[in-house]
Design a protein around this ligand. Sequence first.
Ligand code: PRP
Length: 179
Amino acid sequence: MTDPSLRVLIPSEKIQARIRELGDQISRDYPEGSLHLICILKGATFFMTDLARALKRDVSLDFMGISTYGKGTTSSGEVKVTKDLDSSLEGEDVLVVEDIVDSGITLNYLLHVLDQRKPRSIRIAALLDKPERRRRPVHVSYVGFQIPDEFVVGYGLDFDEKYRNLDDICVLDPQPAAA
Ligand code: PRP
């Protein structure tokens, strides 16, 4: 599939190699026991399934849906939980799995919500980080790649629900209007 509006930023092999490194690091960092992974829908599903397989320990999985309004504007950003977790977090070592941290609004809000559910520990793993865009502080313990402020798609990330199934992470360049 060749799409002239797509430019590969991080090829699939590099993504997979970095996930193996993250898996090793996370496996070393945690004490014995199970790790509870929370995938933030929908973009992080691809990263979550590969990361889970790179972890050398037992894991349990849960999913959370979030919608955010006003991210690209000067407004504060309103966050809403659209699908809540299936199980309690009490006493769990929780790793929140995200595809990308941009303004930080989603994760800043989410950490407050999840912290109230009394996990034993809570950390974040994000495949991509755009530090230039940050508007809310978020501590991300495990970052795959820091990337520049460009619009990226693929490996879970979409534009209008398209491109999530690309193996590579690509920059989506605007195409000039046809003459
Ligand atoms: C993306 C991403 C994060 C959030 C990050 O989700 O998956 O959840 O935006 O942005 P922030 O740091 O500015 O809050 P999106 O709303 O695009 O939903 P999707 O994963 O379902 O595509």
